[in-house]
Write a protein that binds this ligand. Structure first.
Ligand SMILES: Nc1ncnc2c1ncn2[C@@H]1O[C@H](COP(=O)(O)OP(=O)(O)OP(=O)(O)O)[C@@H](O)[C@H]1O
Ligand SMILES: O=C(O)[C@H](O)[C@@H](O)[C@H](O)[C@H](O)CO
Length: 204
């Protein structure tokens, strides 16, 4: 359950994002297909901003990870409870005035909607709320090469062969106001771009 502590609670010294105003807690979701660089960029961005990084992969039930490691794409039935858990967690951060970065595939609008409702004041269809999305975009060849290389270097449950299923599912609408970022750049350049897009524009 989520507490309803007000953001203006002067007794709270739990703010994790040192350069945030307490009224400005944001959730930045770094999204994209497997291998686009969500964990790499998300964790670096969180360090730069001095706030927490959550990796959606850490919240998958064992059964989901086992399915993916066996080369079977997740279904809606697998994803929805997982996204709802993430949404509860994001809401907890928002009501406690904590800015947080989440790395999560969020491949479809209906999945992103579950994350957006973490913002207690979100109204369906209004996309300027506290939950913002940054999509890491790169050509399929670049991502496939990264996944192959990762598989050689580390033991990751997500096999490169599931990339096509992720691309098949991936769907974005202009009206959603998602920030599209060139994910072929170096991780540091991507972090700088995201920071400029999301934080400097709003004077933070
Ligand atoms: N900008 C980049 N340039 C070059 N290599 C990168 C870049 N970003 C990530 N990588 C590398 O690509 C691989 C995939 O990156 P990462 O694990 O961050 O992606 P991901 O989107 O979190 O993947 P998944 O969804 O499967 O967990 C890693 O080996 C990482 O080191
Ligand atoms: O929605 C999904 O299919 C999952 O989130 C996957 O994207 C994996 O969790 C991730 O890519 C593996 O690291």
């Amino acid at each position: 359950m989520v507490s309803s502590q007000a953001c203006s609670d002067s007794n709270s010294n739990n703010y994790q994002c040192q350069d945030d105003d307490d009224d400005d807690a944001l959730v930045i979701v770094i999204m994209g297909v497997s291998g686009s660089g969500k964990s790499t960029v998300g964790s670096m961005l969180a360090k730069t901003k001095g706030c927490s990084y959550l990796d959606a992969d850490d919240f998958h039930p064992h059964a989901n990870k086992e399915k993916m490691s066996n080369g079977i794409p997740l279904s809606d039935e697998d994803r929805i409870p997982w996204l709802e858990t993430l949404s509860d967690l994001l809401r907890e951060n928002i009501v406690n005035c904590k800015t947080v970065i989440l790395g999560c595939s969020a491949l479809q609008k209906k999945y992103r909607e579950i994350l957006r409702v973490a913002d207690p004041s979100y109204k369906s269809g209004s996309y300027g709320g506290r939950v913002r999305f940054v999509c890491l975009e790169a050509p399929v060849e670049v991502i496939a090469a990264r996944l192959e290389k990762r598989a050689e270097e580390v033991n990751h449950f997500m096999p490169a062969k599931l990339l096509q299923s992720q691309l098949d599912l991936f769907q974005i609408e202009n009206a959603e106001g998602i920030f599209m970022v060139d994910a072929t750049l170096s991780p540091q350049a991507i972090v700088n771009n995201v920071r400029d897009l999301l934080f400097h524009q709003s004077g933070k």
